[in-house]
Ligand binder design. Structure first.
Ligand code: ZN
Length: 400
């Protein structure tokens, strides 16, 4: 959408709230960052206006394919349980003619306006829609490939071993271009956790892909599933290749058991994606950090048949993570920014990420004095640069 980026010199920004500096971008990468950079010939110069400079934001867990973003409002009259929501969504999808390609593109563009340049999205795979949502999401990825580095998770939302045919579809989704093997509640949804997890890890091994498993199961049931996941992660040497999304159980089991699981997760480099919802007990960011477990952030669904809430702004999600964790201090709000920047890059395996020379030039200029102010206020982005090209200005996309 942006064409080949030319050289760009951004003057007068404050990297992560530090001293005023300039940033020189060449061939899509940061060439130099520091005070008073001499302008090379024919470079485009932008005045940063003393804005806070952040690296491109990262959405670590969303569902682009489900959203109605940019379409008509979805009237939510859905029952209270997770199974109600799953059944409702499958019925609504068919009846409404939901266009996963158009809606996912609209939402991804919404993310870009707010400075999100890397993203992990889970695309539904089931025996009713087959690979339609995977292919729709892959089309969105291709359309925005210059600007957004997108990982697509093949996600068996309705379950795996409980729905015959899903495993073969997951296999096909990974052949067709999905980057990650997804999963969900091996006890509560599949009702056969050993069979379910053996199948997921076998898919990961066969395709050489990492895993990202939704684990909503609370209390002892979730802890049991997590134990089975960690057992397989260790046995198959998948250190650093497994993410647990939500891990609500770690917010509700006794402290001693939680500490033991976190110690194993740290050792196996198993990370946690959190959306920090108000509706469930959540693992504590402070406790995870102290245990050496990487926790990063995501919105989960945005304006879909599951939830009317959320918006494609990772600063807003960082604020929710801070709020849910009762964080008040500026340094603690800095942790929440890490959840949607460096820690998400590390956990998801996004390469060339950051504000150092050589990193991909994904830059976000925010009119805020400090990181804490940016997280709490989430002001419109003054400028967004993706892959070295200006893609948005003052809250609107720039089209080449
Ligand atoms: Zn999710």
């Amino acid at each position: 959408m942006t064409g080949m980026p030319g050289d760009l010199l951004i003057r007068n920004v404050r990297p992560l709230g530090g001293a005023v500096a300039d940033v020189l971008v060449r061939a899509g990468r940061i060439a130099e960052i520091g005070p008073g950079i001499a302008a090379p010939p024919a470079v485009t110069i932008e005045d940063g206006g003393n804005a806070l400079l952040l690296p491109g934001l990262i959405e670590g867990h969303t569902h682009l394919d489900k959203t109605v973003w940019g379409g008509v409002w979805y009237r939510n009259e859905v029952g209270p349980t997770r199974l109600d929501r799953i059944e409702n969504e499958r019925a609504w999808r068919g009846a409404s003619g939901h266009d996963a390609a158009a809606r996912s593109l609209a939402l991804a563009r919404g993310f870009l306006v707010n400075g999100t340049t890397r993203m992990r999205t889970h695309a539904d795979v089931d025996s009713e829609i087959g690979l339609a949502h995977v292919h729709a999401t892959l089309r969105t990825r291709a359309a925005l490939a210059d600007a957004i580095d997108m990982q697509v998770v093949a996600f068996p939302q309705s379950g795996l071993s409980n729905r015959p045919g899903t495993e073969a579809l997951m296999d096909a989704a990974l052949r067709d271009g999905c980057d990650i093997v997804g999963g969900i509640d091996p006890c509560a949804i599949d009702r056969d956790p050993v069979r379910c997890l053996d199948a997921l890890f076998a898919l990961a091994a066969r395709h050489g892909k990492p895993l990202d498993i939704h684990l909503h199961e609370a209390g002892e049931m979730g802890a049991f599933s997590l134990d089975l996941i960690l057992e397989r992660t260790a046995a198959l040497g998948m250190h650093g290749k497994v993410v647990i999304s939500h891990a609500f159980c770690l917010g509700s089991i006794v402290e001693r058991d939680c500490d033991a699981l976190l110690a194993r997760m740290a050792q196996l480099q198993v990370s946690i994606a959190t959306t920090a919802p108000a509706s469930s007990p959540v693992p504590s960011l402070a406790v995870c950090r102290a245990a050496g477990v990487t926790m990063f952030g995501g919105n989960d669904g945005i304006r879909d048949a599951w939830t009317p809430y959320a918006r494609p702004d990772m600063l807003d999600r960082a604020m929710h993570i801070g709020l849910r964790n009762a964080l008040r201090r500026d340094d603690e709000l800095g942790w929440t920014l890490e959840c949607v920047t460096t820690l998400a890059a590390q956990a998801c395996g996004f390469a060339g990420y950051g504000l150092a020379p050589g990193d991909r030039a994904d830059l976000v200029l925010v009119s805020a004095g400090t990181i804490a102010e940016a997280v709490v206020c989430a002001p419109p982005r003054r400028l967004v640069v993706a892959g070295g090209a200006v893609v948005a200005r003052n809250g609107a996309l720039v089209t080449a």
